[in-house]
Design a protein around this ligand. Structure first.
Ligand code: FPP
Length: 224
């Protein structure tokens, strides 16, 4: 049985779910938060140590400003309401991506990282303004003046996910089979599960089914 240490998630399909069920893309994002909470709860129960959630990509800046405002406000309000609870549950929050948001959002994100820094039950890497190519470029720039050859280990240590094991598997909901500039280096050997369901419809049974399926996969890493 493969152990599960790290699960990465592309939470796709909020917009379509919102339009279909509430006539509003934004209400789809709001509904998606409930699935985030389910993933956090079930991951803790399964003793998973890291989850990485793709919440906003470097490409998502192209979206209408009303949608961007809604998303950032949703996150700000959520953290204001739930930071204490996250901390009490010994959850560590780490933002991966450059924080270039409003003063209020940047400040609550910094506060959340600072307060939860020593927690060790579950680490949530929240990918915000995240792009894998930007991350790799920034790693290479950090390394370009160091002595000796660039190695896999040195790149690992220079990425935003420094000290985080590579994801065991990636889940992408929303019936789309692509990586969308997410963790391109770190996912090199991860199993990938593309799910038809839209993110707000993805439930506990879906998550547990994938965990169980992953546990039984024969992983060869190039061997036979
Ligand atoms: C992708 O669906 C989803 C996002 C870009 C945002 C994800 C945000 C949340 C789940 C809520 C906020 C998160 C936190 C952690 C507070 P889409 O909008 O691309 O859907 P579509 O493909 O149907 O348009």
């Amino acid at each position: 049985m493969n152990p599960v240490q790290h699960v990465a998630v592309i939470m796709d399909g909020n917009g379509r779910w919102g339009l279909k069920n509430k006539k509003s893309r934004n209400l789809g994002h709001k509904a998606g938060l409930k699935t985030v909470e389910m993933i956090i709860k079930e991951s803790i129960k399964k003793k998973i140590k890291f989850i990485t959630l793709y919440a906003f990509s470097t490409e998502n800046w192209k979206r209408p400003s009303t949608e961007k405002k809604f998303l950032f406000n949703l996150l700000e309000v959520y953290l204001k309401e739930r930071l204490d609870q996250l901390n009490k549950n010994k959850i560590k929050l780490k933002i991966i991506g450059k924080k270039v948001f409003s003063k209020n959002l940047n400040s609550i994100l910094n506060k959340a990282e600072r307060i939860t820094n020593n927690n060790d039950k579950l680490q949530i890497n929240l990918a915000l303004n995240y792009g894998s190519k930007t991350e790799i470029i920034s790693a290479l720039n950090k390394l370009k003046n160091t002595k000796g050859k660039i190695t896999e280990k040195k790149i690992d240590q220079s990425l935003y996910t420094n000290n985080v094991p590579d994801p065991d598997f990636l889940i992408r909901t929303g019936n789309t089979a692509r990586l969308s500039n997410f963790l391109l280096w770190q996912l090199a050997y991860s199993e990938i599960f593309f799910e038809k369901k839209l993110w707000p419809d993805f439930n506990k049974n879906d998550y547990l089914r994938i965990i169980n399926k992953f546990k039984k996969i024969k992983r060869n890493f190039g061997n036979v």
